[in-house]
Write a protein that binds this ligand. Structure first.
Ligand code: MG
Length: 258
């Protein structure tokens, strides 16, 4: 079990590799964010992300994962997660969620964001802002001695005043040598309840909020998760390393200590 003697030298070395993977993910995000515009297809975005990963010497985590056919997940509008890049052409007024993962020397980074393409209604822009804020509120609870429920509660409580549907069927996860490891990290919870958080842990925290119901459905492609009512959905995710100095967000251009 990863635990008390956190910052053994070995764990620090693991985290250093996860930071390199995380910086690769951040670079993939940045390139996609700059390229995304009306007229661009989600397949174009995938190619941009693949080139960044290649140039940085990282392997995309998603490509081939349980047969997933692309480098990133692209989930427009009512798609929540796991959308497959294809010929879909972005239009003014769309939102699109981009999820990317990278592996460096066997260690993973995983992060997602949702962006607006051109002009979107104020309520959609607010959904994006609040979902990202919920991610940061959740990450700030990832502290030694806190409980998993503290993270989930902070996320859920951020959505509550807005009445957003908080997706429950898809959740965050531990991350390390595998993209998905124990524990599960729900976007809901009870403060002070659940697994005790310890220095040395690494989590991918990833709230998904819907403008309507929390209910989901999966399209016939077997991958794309959509809102059951067709309302738009936002998704923000970072990989966070619990260091001796506190939670460190690895999937940013430079890691950030909270
Ligand atoms: Mg994830």
């Amino acid at each position: 079990m990863v635990g008390a003697k956190v910052t053994t030298k070995k764990r620090a070395e693991d985290f250093a590799k996860m930071e390199i993977a995380g910086q690769c993910v951040a670079a993939m995000h940045q390139a996609v964010r700059e390229f995304a515009a009306p007229g661009v297809t989600t397949r174009d975005l995938d190619a941009v992300a693949a080139e960044v990963a290649r140039a940085r010497g990282c392997r995309p985590s998603f490509l081939g994962y349980h047969g997933f056919p692309a480098t990133i997940c692209t989930s427009p509008n009512s798609a929540i997660v796991h959308g497959i890049p294809d010929g879909y052409t972005l239009r003014n007024g769309d939102i699109i969620s981009i999820d990317a993962g990278a592996i460096y020397e066997g260690w993973h980074g995983d992060a997602a964001f949702t962006m607006a393409i051109g002009d979107v209604p104020a309520e959609v822009r607010r959904l994006l802002e609040v979902t990202e804020e919920a991610l940061w509120n959740g990450m700030r609870q990832f502290r030694h001695g806190n409980r998993l429920g503290d993270i989930g509660h902070a996320i859920e409580a951020t959505a509550e005043p807005f009445g957003y549907g908080v997706v429950r069927e898809y959740i965050g996860h531990g991350i390390g040598r595998q993209m998905h490891e124990a524990p599960n990290v729900p976007n809901y919870g009870t403060p002070g309840k659940g697994l005790r958080l310890r220095t040395g842990m690494a989590l991918a925290i990833e709230p998904m909020f819907n403008l309507g119901t929390a209910e989901t459905a999966v399209l016939d492609d077997g991958w794309t998760v959509v809102t059951a009512d067709g309302a738009v959905s936002a998704h923000f995710e970072h990989t966070v390393l619990l260091t001796e100095d506190g939670p460190k967000v690895s999937t940013l251009p430079e890691p950030v200590l909270l």
